[in-house]
Structure formats: C-alpha cells, structure tokens
Design a protein around this ligand. Structure first.
Ligand code: DGJ
Length: 706
C-alpha cells in the first residue's frame, strides 16, 4: 500500500522507497523489487534514542545536513562570502509518477531552492539529477554537491576500479570499514583511474550471484565516489562532480544543473548488474546498434604512427579490404606539420607535405574498396608549436599568467572561450564538409591542471563545452560516429556516452592485458561500444608475444578491429583474419544484443566468458588460457545462462585459428566431428573438460539449440 508519506518507484528488478513526512525526503529503502510497501516500513526502519545522542531521533534525509544533526559527509556545501554556510532545506512539494519522483526543496534562510529528480527506468537503472537555484541577492559559491543512497548492513564490501595508461580498470575489493572511503579524479578528464562505477556488495557476491549496488557520476570532468559507514552504523554510497575552489558560483536568480549520477542494483551478481546497464543503454534510439551493425575497423596508428604516406596507406587498404575490413581509420599525423607529437595540434587542416592532394585520393581509394573512412582529432588540445598557439597563446586553460606544465608537448585549449570553441568547431566542420568521413576518433591525451578561465577554475565549463561541441558536430553531421579516446580508455563514462558511439578501451592492444581491461570496462559498457583490435604478434606496449588465436578471440568480444601492419602479416595469419572477420559479421548481431556471462571459474589461470542470446537459443563462449593451470587437467569449464531444459549442440569455432596445446591428444568432445550434445543444465553444472592449452591460447565455443 502507498500512503501519503511513503512513495516508491519500482522496476521489475529494483525499488526505491521514500518517506516524505515532516517536510523531509528520506530514502527508507533501495534494493530488490518490492511490489508493495506497507505503512509499517516507516516504523520498522526508525531508530531508538541512544545514550549520548540527540534527545529525539533525528533523520536528516537525502541532503544529509549538519543543521539536522547529520554528522557524516554532507550532500551540499557552499556559502555566500562565508555566510549561509549551513543549509536547512524544507521539502516544499513532490511530483510523482510511475517512473519518477521530483522533490522541490527551499531554504528560506540560505535563500536556496533545490529540485531533486529520481527516475527509475524499466531496466532497474536509477538516474538522479539536481538543479540548485540561488534565490538570494548575492552570488552563491557551491563547493560540493554529492548524491547519496543508503545501503543495507549486508553490503559489506566495496569494489571499484583503478588504472593508469595502458592498464585501465583493474578491480580492487575490500571490506567496508567505519569512515569514508573515497575515490577522486582531479585530472580534469574522466581519467584512466576513473572507477566507471563504484560498487557495494555482499561478501559472497560474484559474477553470477549476490547483491550489488552501484553508483557512477555521469560526467567526464572531475569526480568523487564515496562509501561511508558512520559510527552509528549507517552505510551509504555517494557520488558527484568534484568541484575546484570557486568553480561554480551561482549568480542571484540563476540555477546550476548538477551533473547527474546513475545508480544500479542487481541481486543476480555482477552479470545481473551489467544486464541492467546494457538493456538500458541498448534501449536508447542513439545506441549505434539500433542504427546499423558495427563495422569491422582497421586503425592505422600502430601500423604507421606519424609516417603517413599515400602508397603505404593504400597498401594497407588493399590488405584491409581483402581481409573484410569495413572501416579504415587514419589516426594522428594527417594535419599541418604533425610529423611527430611535438607540433600541429590546433591546426586542423591537411598537411600539404605528406598529403599534397589532400585526403581526397586516399578516401576515394578506401571508399572504392567498399570501406568507410575515419579520421583522428584531438580538438581540445594545442601544441605550442602550432599556428593556433602562435596566434592565440591566451586561448589555453591557465591560471595567474602561468603556463601549465607540458604533457606530451601539449596544452589544453580553453573551449570555454568562444573564440577557441568556434575555431575548433569550424576547422573540424570544414574537414567533415569537404570529405566523406563516417567516423572520427576524438582523443584527449593530457590531464588538466591549473585549468582556469579568466581567473576561475574551468574544468566544469570545459566539460560542458566538449559535450556542446560533440552535440553540435553531430547536429551538423547526423550520420557521423564519434569515438571517445583519451590515451586509450581515459574518457569512458556514463556522461560522454550520450554523445559518442564507441570508446577506445585502452592503448594496450596486448590481448592478455586486454582480457582484464575489457572484462571490467564491460561491467558497465556493452561490448559493441568497446573498441577491441587485433594487434601484432608482439604487442607494442608490453612487448609480449601472443598467438593469433588468442588475439582474435579477445578482439571478437567488442567492437572488433585490427591495429597491425597487416601488409607484413604472414599468409596463415591473413587466412585467420579473413575467417575471423567473416565469423564476426555472422555473429555480431548475437554478440551485440545478447546477455554477457562471465564465469566464476574455479581455475585462476583461465577466463571464461560469453554472450547468450536473449532467447537462450544460442551462445558463444571464450575459454581463454591465461597461464598454465596448476593441475595437469584444467578445471572443468562451465557455461551458465542457457535454458536448463534445452539441448544444445556444442562445437569449437576454428575460424579464429587453432590454439597451441600442451598434450598428446585432445579430450573426446574436442575431437568429436560435429560437436556434442549437452543440456543447459549440464553446461551450467557439469561443463566441459578443456584441452590442455598453451598459455595465451583460447577456444571459441559455439552453443546452439538443437
Ligand atoms: C592516443 C590514442 O589512444 C592512440 O590510439 C593514438 O590515437 C594516439 N593517441 C595518437 O597520438
């Protein structure tokens, strides 16, 4: 029953219940779906009066205000020149429909108004957005706005992701202790160390089982993620934009839209969480697979680096077309004086030395071979050695007349400056108007420090400016796809996802390293958005050598491509690339619409993961041997997620090349011509005995309903 003070939002997988009594908004519950909430919930969750405590039970509500006795990390911090530093908002009204609740608050002493909107979609994903209005006569300096959600006591663990260049999104899990556990990003872009989502979970949660509560800032600038356990026992998860001093000063009468957060809940483990994210993201009309299948891509970066040459790129195009590539991307190095990474950023016109006739001839050559053309930009950056910088040294983000330290020989262009913004927009637009370009890879290769505009911190406005720029470019070129790249996977988040169609997951194309990076990036982002390329035998980053079979399987579960000078590839490797590309085209519909399953495998030396069709009629799994298993016979490979009552044919897909083995003879199921039959229940609970593979080799397994 819903009474006047208890309102809730529910999806088939989760619910959130609010108590609106006493002019406050208190979240009484967030977790699995509860169809009806009883009035008793208000009493059942209320606390006793403790010794050495407030004389009446105080409940500060979602805004966590000091003035209402809340002693943990607050939601809002700010002031007016030192005044109005403590708020006490009163809930003035609520709008509530099936999917959303909007709460309006006012603080008549601090002269602030706040609108807080919770929207729960049918996939169980909750977004929360706030708009803060300055109702006073003096500017209000907002120092922090963090959104918080309560966690139940059984959420004992926190997991988040850490990373650095070429080593993005590695998980770290620990027990929640008393106090505040915080992950901050202060590099002015999402960053390699951005957690993408911070998770709280029960101690036994794994991929397949257990409860998990997740929160992410949908924003590409600075951010904070927190889990807090108070001495009184309350546990909560919080996230929001991290603001630099004086960054947001709200003028009298003006409003500030706070970057929103995305929350998600699953009681079917981490895979259940991904399932919710994917279903939500895939439901968006702009989601690229709702427009067309993902084209297999060849990016020339690691094949040629800055050494651009028409004949060389043509030779690559010949091979690419032969292999079955559908889109070819010319990376860094095509624009004015960009012969190395010390010059050129900011001057987005074609370099006459290496492309004397412009890009027309190479684009025509690529198009004539049936492939689309893509081009690289890094529009937020400028090299001091550029015409742009020489003309406008003032168009960089900076503070107090200082020039920020260089990083990859570059500075950050101040896109909050209308002149700089127009310059980038017009130059990029001119290229897109002149040439037939299907896709741009948009890079961001340095961090923002001292990022000021006219003496005020400008990371927030810079982030808003790049969103505006992407939106405007797309408005002018509606079919264009944009890839978000930042030295690899440094700008992957649920904010920029509204403007881009692909993420460059990592600069590390070493398939073994990619296994972990892709697994955990894929927790939130579906595979069709994650660029995943077959690199050369010897990885350019790690210098590790991996088999073509392992590299091909690794790239298969993403937006697949190649980043390798395939004019130098051996004939047998080219044959694998061809059959791999053909298979990918056949299977991408399944790969980019199905449910991702990551197996809680008993053997730490191998990863098992796959995609199961939503109707459970089919699946493709990878068994990836990372290292030698401890036992002679590796642990049985299980394949959950299929219909337990159906019979499936299990075969190995050799289109990705045969794996190397360390054994005399394969197990019978591998030898069986035409595969073997197993039920969904057997696949989930008995599984298959893997052959003894050499490390860094894998099997691609097809499971098809009879
Ligand atoms: C970093 C990117 O991640 C690479 O893929 C490549 O585009 C280089 N920048 C080019 O400078």
């Amino acid at each position: 029953m819903e009474n006047s003070h208890l309102v809730h939002l529910s999806s088939p997988t989760s619910s959130i219940a609010f108590d609106t009594s006493n002019n406050k908004l208190v979240i009484r519950y967030w977790g699995r779906e509860i169809k009806t909430f009883s009035e008793g919930l208000l009493a059942s969750t209320a606390k006793s009066i403790a010794n050495s405590s407030w004389d009446e039970p105080l409940e500060s509500g979602v805004l966590r205000e000091h003035s209402r006795g809340f002693l943990g990390h607050p939601s809002i911090s700010g002031h007016r020149n030192g005044k109005n530093w403590s708020t006490q908002f009163t809930l003035s009204s609520i709008d509530h429909d099936k999917q959303s609740l909007t709460a309006h608050f006012a603080d008549s002493s601090a002269h602030l108004k706040l609108e807080l909107k919770y929207s729960l979609n049918s996939f169980g994903v909750l977004s929360i957005a706030a708009v803060l209005t300055n109702a006073g006569t003096e500017p209000y300096n907002l120092e922090e706005f963090t959104y918080w959600l309560p966690l139940p006591d059984r959420a004992t663990d926190v997991m988040d992701f850490t990373g650095r260049w070429s080593h993005e999104r590695h998980p770290q899990r620990h027990t929640i202790q008393n106090g505040l556990s915080t992950r901050e990003i202060r590099e002015g872009r999402t960053g390699h160390d951005y957690t993408v989502a911070q998770l709280a979970m029960s101690s036994d949660t794994n991929f397949q089982n257990g409860e998990v509560w997740a929160l992410s800032v949908a924003w590409s600038g600075n951010s904070s993620h927190h889990v807090e356990k108070l001495a009184i026992g309350d546990v909560s998860i919080g996230a929001g934009e991290l603001l630099l001093p004086g960054e947001i000063i709200i003028a009298p009468g003006a409003s500030h839209s706070v970057p929103s957060v995305i929350a998600n809940y699953s009681r079917e483990g981490l895979d259940g969480l991904s399932h919710n994210y994917y279903r939500w993201l895939r439901s968006r009309p702009i989601h690229p697979t709702n427009i067309r299948p993902r084209p297999i891509t060849l990016n020339v970066w690691e094949a040629v680096y800055f050494d651009h040459d028409l004949q060389k790129i043509k030779a690559l195009a010949d091979r690419a077309a032969d292999v079955g590539i559908e889109r070819m991307v010319l990376d860094d190095g095509w624009f004015n004086l960009r012969r190395h990474d010390r010059a050129g950023l900011g001057d987005w016109f074609v370099d006459k030395e290496v492309w004397p006739d412009g890009l027309g001839p190479i684009i025509k050559y690529i198009n004539d071979k049936g492939m689309e053309f893509g081009l690289w930009f890094e529009g937020e950056m400028v090299n001091p050695d550029s015409d742009l910088y020489r003309a406008h040294p003032e168009w960089i983000l900076h503070e107090a007349g200082r020039t920020p330290p260089l990083w990859r020989n570059q500075l950050v262009l101040d896109l909050t400056h209308p002149g700089a913004y127009e310059h980038v927009l017009n130059q990029v637009d001119a290229i897109l108007v002149e040439y037939n370009i299907a896709y741009i890879k948009w890079d961001h290769n340095r961090v923002l420090v001292d990022a000021g505009h006219l003496g005020q911190a400008a990371v927030h406005n810079q982030t808003a400016a790049i969103y505006r720029l992407f939106a405007e470019i797309k408005r002018r070129h509606p079919k264009l796809e944009i890839e978000s790249c930042a030295s690899g996977g440094g700008r992957i988040d649920l904010g920029v996802i509204n403007y881009v169609d692909r993420f460059w997951t990592s600069d590390n194309n070493d398939a073994l390293e990619r296994q972990t990076i892709q697994r955990w990036t894929g927790l939130v982002i579906p595979p069709e958005l994650l660029g995943s390329h077959i690199g050369p035998h010897r990885g350019h980053q790690t210098k590790r050598t991996t088999s073509i079979n392992f590299r091909a399987i690794n790239a298969f579960f993403g937006h697949a491509g190649i980043e390798w000078n395939i004019t130098e590839a051996a004939q047998e490797d080219l044959a694998v690339l061809k059959s791999w590309a053909k298979l990918y085209k056949e299977k991408r519909q399944l790969l980019h619409s199905g449910k991702v399953v990551r197996v809680d495998h008993a053997d730490p030396a191998a990863f098992i993961y796959g995609v199961v069709a939503q109707d459970q009629s089919e699946a493709i799994f990878a068994y990836m041997q990372h290292a030698m298993s401890r036992s002679t016979f590796p642990a049985m490979a299980i394949f959950p997620g299929l219909d337990e009552n159906k019979l499936y044919k299990v075969t190995i897909l050799n289109d990705v090349g045969a794996p190397e083995r360390m054994q005399v003879m394969d197990p019978p199921w591998v030898q069986a011509k035409g595969g073997i039959l197993l039920s969904g229940a057997e696949l989930a609970s008995v599984g298959l005995r893997p052959p003894i593979l050499s490390p860094e080799n894998g099997l691609l397994i097809s499971i098809k309903e009879l």
